[in-house]
Write a protein that binds this ligand. Sequence first.
Ligand code: HEC
Ligand code: HEC
Length: 213
Amino acid sequence: MKILLSPMALLLILLPCGVDAASPARSEYQAALRATPDPDHGAELFARCASCHGAEGEGLADGSTPSIAGQHFRVIVKQLVDFRYGKRWDFRMEQRANNHLGAFQDIADVASHLSQLPRKSRSNDGGTVALSPGASLYGERCGSCHGARGEGDDDEAIPLLAGQHSAYLLRQMYDSVDRRRPALAGLHEKPIKSLDFEQLRAIADYLSRLTSP
Ligand code: HEC
Ligand code: HEC
């Protein structure tokens, strides 16, 4: 007997399991977004993170550890859930996100504390940053999602990039196209893959000098 399937039904069967709405990662993400966050408890939890991320969440200038101060609430929640469920790979963070945080409430609490910390940009640019060669490349290829000034978008869980360490930004761009950060691969293939090292470095340098709005 022949079984006939509509193209839509076929598409649904073939969709990768990453979009499974009922996955444990998805449930935890949604539970953390629904929770009422307690930033004071988040500040206590953050004491476990400060040894790497710095007392004010500022990260390290060499880019080995990102600045997480002032990052959007939803972005932090999503990244922590991704680390906990093997959807983003970094040994140190997978371990910390699992061992140092309980369930969704802790995730919401620490994310709300971090999102309220001020982000400091690398330097005062004295007005020259708009002339940086990275500025126009950024505007053409990245601004439509990440915002005109690298401000990101909390509702869409799009990261704030302004004021992030340039070496970290550069590494994430490479990780995107080398598929070491699966959530970024599809989004970034088109805007990033065709750029050479100097262009990527220019964008990272530009972003690191922007002041977060
Ligand atoms: C042992 C050092 C270490 C500790 C402790 C640590 N982190 Fe991290 N964290 C890192 C590193 C390294 C990265 C970047 C991983 C990568 O390159 O993908 C990171 C990335 C992150 C990110 C993603 C940032 C972004 O822009 O996408 C978040 C959010 C984060 N950490 C939060 C936390 C929280 C919350 C804690 C405490 C519960 C914590 N970290 C503890 C080292 C650490
Ligand atoms: C189609 C929308 C889109 C475009 C265009 C785009 N990005 Fe992204 N980018 C995202 C989203 C969404 C994320 C977060 C995904 C996740 O991890 O959940 C992200 C994450 C990142 C990160 C990681 C941030 C962090 O804190 O770890 C960097 C760096 C980045 N983008 C740089 C760029 C640059 C540079 C360009 C342009 C050359 C660009 N993006 C273009 C949507 C986009």
